[in-house]
Ligand binder design. Sequence first.
Ligand code: MN
Length: 202
Amino acid sequence: MKIKLYQDDLPSNLNLGLTIAIDTETMGLNPIRDKLCLVQISKGNNISHLVKINDIKKKPKNLIKILKNNKIKKIFHFARFDVAVLKHSYGINIKNIYCTKIASKIIRTYTDKHGYKDLCSELLNISISKTEQTSDWGGELSKAQMKYAATDVLYLHKIKKKLDIMLSREKRIDLAEACFKFIEYRTDLDLGGWPDLDIFRH
Ligand code: MN
């Protein structure tokens, strides 16, 4: 794995292709309260690009351009959170989303283990550590934090490939796609004041 760290934005000349894996680290799990600290992106070639967000009021032009490009597919794990944070931080609506957690829940109905670590382990036979998950992302990053953050986007392309084979086999691609498309509205509900309500429930 190769890690590239940038301050405040991606370089303008970086070509990440048409399918990117993306993840964020924040100060906590509330997308309105908790500040965005880091954005990780990979094109699936074993290189992780980390953007440290030092000033949330400064718009990362190049990063936002990629996020707003509807031709680029963005693979997340638990897109609902990252998409809400990015929407709240920069006022952008991200489309063309793939969420490995949703895909897993729709197809791996034989288990309740849908974490990134679980998918790496079962689908790719790779064991990863999640010990830095709950650390303080607001200050200078440690080597361990950088490695953890970079690893979070390293395997999403491969996981997607495996899940897509299963979704196709069981004819659930359309259902998964419909859920991915709903994420932009789910995050609107989250940020608009309905974070915990299941609006479909009686
Ligand atoms: Mn992460």
